[in-house]
Design a protein around this ligand. Structure first.
Ligand code: C5P
Length: 249
């Protein structure tokens, strides 16, 4: 399950260090990376990154930066210096902001993979058009944001698995797609709206799956992670999907 493991990013959406230690120790053999999001980073500070790394975990720092170009560039410099493996910014910040992020990342000692967030997987077409006022479909906007991110030099995007095809068609197979909104059949969607099963997401061409609650809230998180790997391994092998950038040093 080596190939499959590198595709699984487990979202550590927990508020305290003890839970982090427990989950990372338990799940490190099954995860290519652990995702540190706002809750964990803001409650524990940068020290949590070193702690996860010391337990053998690679890190996707999911802070979804969105500000003026100079501010984002400086923030990326600070965060990249922590030695994270993947970092993200919002594509909707525009080309100059994305370029500032890329430039800062490239200047880091170990440049992280830079990924742009497109449309959150918790949004549906009604909210998209009525509340947010977009005049095009989610898919069209995701395509445009992915192209913008590519133009700026980012290596990929975060998007729903439902948008993988249009992204890969326009940005190329090597352009990485990180997909949250993953729900094994029978699991609760929660606040996620644009969901797909792990196997379907990999079959659609996802390079990385981000999975939180279906693993963390399972009665047996290790069994839940193993089940996802077992589901995606044959699909990855069948497709001979090797595009996922293996981050082993
Ligand atoms: O628990 P669940 O599997 O829904 O967790 C998904 C994770 O991916 C959460 O940490 C969420 O913040 C993150 N995420 C997302 N949609 C995006 C970007 C990140 O759900 N577009």
């Amino acid at each position: 399950m080596i190939q499959a493991k590198h595709k699984l990013i487990i979202a550590l959406d927990v508020p305290d260090r003890q839970s982090v230690r427990q989950y990372v120790t338990m799940l490190a053999p099954y995860a290519g990376m652990f995702k540190v999001g706002m809750e964990l980073y803001y409650s524990q500070g940068p020290g949590i990154i070193e702690e996860i790394k010391s337990l053998g975990g690679k890190i996707f720092l999911d802070l979804k930066l969105h500000d003026i170009p100079r501010t984002v560039g400086r923030a990326v410099s600070v965060l990249a210096a922590l030695g994270v493996d993947m970092l993200n910014v919002h594509a909707s910040g525009g080309l100059a902001m994305l370029q500032a992020a890329v430039e800062a990342a490239r200047s880091a000692q170990q440049p992280p993979l830079m990924i742009a967030v497109t449309a959150l997987t918790s949004l549906d077409e009604r909210v998209w058009r009525q509340e947010l006022g977009f005049g095009c479909s989610i898919e069209e906007k995701v395509r445009d944001w992915a192209l913008l991110a590519k133009q700026a030099g980012l290596q990929g995007v975060v998007a729903s698995a439902r948008e993988i095809e249009i992204i890969k068609t326009h940005c190329g197979r090597e352009f990485q797609v990180v997909t949250p909104g993953i729900r094994p059949s029978g699991s609760e969607p929660g606040d996620q709206k644009r969901v797909l099963t792990p196997g379907a997401a990999i079959a659609a061409g996802a390079d990385y799956l981000v999975v939180g609650r279906p693993i963390l809230q399972a009665p047996d998180p290790v069994a839940a992670a193993r089940q996802i790997l077992e589901e995606i391994e044959p699909v990855s092998t069948d497709l001979n999907v090797g595009s996922c950038l293996v981050l082993d040093t």
